[in-house]
Design a protein around this ligand. Structure first.
Ligand SMILES: *Cc1c(COP(=O)(O)O)cnc(C)c1O
Length: 231
């Protein structure tokens, strides 16, 4: 049991490496260990193997775990964020992956200026247009990037998507490919204060395919920490 996380991480890193080699992009992927619902002891185990990027999807969990863990952890907020909760995490996370409205971006900007930080954000895109998912459409994304780029204290760094759940990761290849193309298209607009260098896509079931299609960040939970139990 005690070596489970270390062994899982070895396996995930090997698979990342294989996918990078296949796409000739060795060393270009940041592994974000998604620790939602998992106790700080497990996070520390991953930390002790050298992992520094952790992803959480709830504000409350970051707020609780933050003071209990080393300060050089880079926390990523990857889940839906309510405007009224921005103030709790603005000084704790390095990146917000899930920006899907101008209203939310405005509040991030307001809080960032107040705390004298510049927050890196990604625009969440619902590429597959699933009813149940957050995110803007592919069509809406460029204009939202452009609008947000004029806000102070906030920097658009790229795009994020949560691909459909599937048993066959190849089914999500087109989704990942479309997000990459959108990134290239927006980058081509040369918008001031927009630096499209991050593509956050791929989870336990499909991160290898995502890397083959250009992911620079993969968000992996279950394959590192095991299945989650929800209350
Ligand atoms: C939970 C979650 C993940 C990780 O999912 P796994 O399938 O456990 O790897 C990635 N991204 C987001 C946005 C999540 O909420």
């Amino acid at each position: 049991m005690s070596d489970m996380i270390r062994e899982n991480l070895e396996e995930v890193k090997n698979r990342i490496r294989a996918a990078e080699e296949k796409s000739k992009r060795v060393g270009k992927t940041t592994l974000i260990a998604v620790s939602k619902t998992k106790p700080v002891e497990m996070i520390r185990e991953a930390y002790d193997t050298g992992i520094r990027d952790f992803g959480e999807n709830r504000v409350q969990e970051i707020v609780e775990k933050y003071p209990l863990l080393p300060s050089d952890i880079r926390w990523h907020l990857i889940g839906h964020l309510q405007t009224n909760k921005v103030k709790y995490i603005i000084d704790k996370v390095v990146m917000i992956h899930s920006v899907d409205s101008y209203k939310l971006a405005e509040e991030i900007s307001r809080q960032a200026v107040k705390h004298n930080v510049c927050m890196d954000i990604l625009i969440e895109v619902n590429v597959a247009e699933e009813e149940s998912k957050f995110g803007v459409s592919v069509e809406e994304a460029p204009e939202l990037c452009e609008k947000i780029s004029r806000l102070e204290g906030i920097r658009v760094r790229g795009l994020m998507t949560v691909a459909p759940f599937t048993d066959d990761p190849d089914e999500n290849r087109a989704v990942f490919c479309a997000l990459r193309q959108l990134l290239v298209d927006i980058d081509g607009k040369n918008i001031d204060n927009v630096c499209m260098d991050c593509l956050s896509m791929g989870m336990s079931g499909d991160y290898q395919v995502a890397i083959e299609e250009g992911a620079t960040m993969v968000r992996v939970g279950t394959s590192i920490f095991g299945n989650r139990q929800y209350m």
